[in-house]
Design a protein around this ligand. Structure first.
Ligand code: ADP
Length: 623
């Protein structure tokens, strides 16, 4: 029994019930005896009906029954069997004033089980002599494994059971049971009174359920509106989804609400927001494979899942939470593609209906749009950060380029000026020295101009390639003699004669070789050996590798080297001037040739930059 038994009835007893009470013996007597005249009992019933009508909740209705039914029908035990929404089970609620019934309160049974099952099916009252009815009526064990009410009643010494349907006119929603320890306790009048009372109770219960349902719908609609506003007002995804999970759980009264996002490459869903009973069980970032459990099933089948009884559902895989009875997983889509799942769980059987699903689906649509907005915002933020970084790099680049243009120009002007001054007296050795400076520096300028031009054209997608048969051997040798190599360096060059020719754009390939060779020299300031190797790589491809013994590149910085403006961020590398464009240009050119370029390096030991190209034979006809 609950403490409600000690509370006063919802409405004070009427004069009729008060009169009836005066005539009634004390509650502790063997059976509670109602007023003796039928008319008196009908009028008491009328008073009780008014109280039932005035009751504002199912609990209040039950409390009125518990307190008042004894004034119209004598009984030892009174109880209700209420069907669930799907009419698959009924739940027993004891209505006896003191818990002497021995009835296991709250047990569930299949809708067809026991005497209640028969009364529900036949929609008519049944009065039984419990002893005569013999052993237990067929009792399929319910989900809670309790026995049907009549079994307990028999055990606690009850002799007569009167069971009437709770009918609302067109629907039976359960039964009302009244039992006495007196044999043949109930006659025709009791049956009529019980039936009249049951109809009042059924209508009140249904009105109450409809009112509750209407209120639930109203708050769900309010929830949709509220969340719609919230979802559009914030662009921080995690914050947004956590707020959504919390609000859905509180408004809909579900016992657990979680939101998963989809990680396609790993074929997993990961938990991003969670509110409810299972919060402590599932760590943030918890992952579930596509196809696993109800959430995974919903993703892999691109479908909503509504399970009214997870214990009977083969898709259900998590047994950690024994309380879960119902689960519903609804896909969240962005432009028809599933990006997440809203998962709700409840301890009640068949806790969700189609309207819940529609409300939650509407929310999922809104969450989908919100996720899309947040993703766009996120992308925008990242692009913005990249653009800012680009802007900074471009300014750096302009500074470097203007410096790079100025210093060779200054050398040329100096050398040419000196030459002009001493034109009559200068000897051939000096003349050669001045002219070498002028030619070298002019070459540096040409390379710089080529690089700058390539970037502009590459960025605009306007770089044209002229593919032809290229003598790779000659190209490498020309590059070696064209690049300024200090006295501290030695250059080794090996080529496998089988790869002496490639199909490519000669000028662009020379640019790649020049960049790699001058980097090898530039980034080995203490000198050392620079090795160039051209060799067979696969049936289709050859590989060219430039190796130095220079400063090397830290492993964690190698990944971004081929990006535009990327420069190694170490004190040693920063000492050496550069624009961070050469390798990006190389990668673009090699990509256009259908090859790949990569680096292998060890900090302090040296680096190898290698690229592949398609092989060609000098006899091959080129288009
Ligand atoms: P730049 O040399 O003009 O800065 P690159 O695009 O050619 O631009 O090179 C990008 C960065 O890669 C350089 O700044 C340098 O830090 C690093 N790098 C390139 N080649 C080497 C090399 N052979 N050894 C060590 N670091 C290198």
């Amino acid at each position: 029994m609950t403490d409600q038994d000690n509370q006063p009835p919802a409405v004070p007893p009427s004069a009729a019930t008060a009169a009836a009470k005066e005539r009634a013996p004390a509650e502790s007597g063997p059976s509670i005896v109602p007023p003796d005249s039928f008319t008196g009992r009908v009028s008491t019933l009328h008073e009780i009906a008014l109280q039932i009508d005035a009751a504002r909740s199912r609990e209040e209705i039950m409390r009125v029954l518990r307190n008042e039914i004894r004034w119209i029908i004598p009984h030892r035990v009174c109880f209700a069997c209420i069907l669930d929404n799907f009419h698959t089970e009924y739940t027993v609620t004891s209505l006896s004033p003191a818990d002497e019934s021995g009835l296991p309160d709250g047990t569930r049974h299949p809708a067809s089980a026991g005497v209640a099952g028969t009364v529900i099916m036949n929609e008519s009252p049944l009065c039984l002599d419990l002893e005569e009815a013999g052993g237990d009526p067929p009792d399929e064990p319910g989900p809670d494994q309790g026995s049907v009410p009549e079994s307990s009643l028999r055990t606690s010494g009850m002799r007569t059971l009167l069971m009437v349907p709770l009918r609302t006119g067109h629907e039976t929603i359960g039964t009302l049971g009244i039992a006495s320890d007196v044999q043949g306790a109930y006659g025709e009048q009791d049956i009529v009174l019980a039936q009249l009372l049951a109809t009042q109770v059924a209508v009140a219960l249904q009105n109450n359920a409809m009112f509750g349902d209407a209120q639930r719908r109203i708050s769900q609609i309010e929830l949709v509106n509220e969340l719609a506003e919230d979802l559009t007002s914030t662009l921080e995804l995690d914050q947004l989804l956590s707020a959504a999970a919390e609000t859905i759980r509180k408004t809909c009264n579900f016992f657990d609400v979680s939101i998963f996002l989809v990680d396609r490459p790993r074929e997993e869903a990961y938990l991003v927001a969670h509110s409810g009973m299972h919060v402590d069980f599932l760590p943030a970032g918890y992952r579930q494979k596509f196809g696993d459990g109800i959430v995974g099933w919903s993703i892999s089948h691109d479908e909503r899942v509504m399970s009214g009884d997870v214990t009977q559902d083969l898709r259900y895989s998590t047994n950690l939470y024994t309380e879960t009875r119902s689960e519903m997983a609804i896909p969240i889509r962005v432009e028809h593609e599933i990006v997440g799942v809203l998962n709700v769980e409840d301890a009640r059987l068949n806790a969700f209906d189609e309207t819940d699903a529609i409300v939650l689906e509407t929310l999922c649509d809104q969450m989908g749009s919100a996720i899309k907005n947040a993703q766009l915002y996120d992308r925008l933020k990242r692009t913005n950060a990249k653009l800012t970084e680009f802007d900074r790099m471009k300014s750096d680049f302009l500074g470097i380029v203007s410096h790079d243009f100025r210093s060779p120009l200054a050398s040329i002007v100096l050398a040419a000026g000196a030459l002009l001054k001493r034109l009559d007296s200068v000897d051939t050795r000096r003349l050669r020295e001045y002219l070498t400076v002028i030619v070298d520096q002019a070459n540096r300028l040409i390379r710089l101009a080529e690089d700058t031009l390539s970037i502009t054209k590459m960025e605009a997608g306007q770089l044209n390639y002229f593919f032809n048969m290229v003598n790779l051997d000659r190209l490498i040798k020309d590059t070696i003699s064209g690049v300024m190599i200090s006295g501290r360096h030695t250059v080794n060059y090996e080529i496998d004669p089988r790869v002496a020719y490639v199909r490519g754009d000669q000028t662009k390939l020379r640019q790649v070789m020049q960049n790699l060779l001058s980097n090898a020299v530039k980034y080995s300031p203490s000198g050392g050996k620079v090795t160039i190797r051209a060799a067979h790589h696969s049936a289709e491809q050859l590989v060219v590798a430039v190796t130095d013994e220079g400063i090397g590149i830290p492993a964690e910085q190698q990944g971004k080297l081929f990006e535009k403006f990327s420069r190694v961020d170490t004190p040693e590398a920063k000492e050496i001037k550069g624009s961070g464009l050469g390798l990006w240009i190389c990668r673009e050119i090699i990509k256009a040739h259908g090859g790949q370029i990569w680096v292998e390096s060890q900090e302090g030991k040296g680096s190898t930059f290698a690229f592949t190209l398609k092989k060609a034979h000098p006899d091959t006809t080129l288009e």
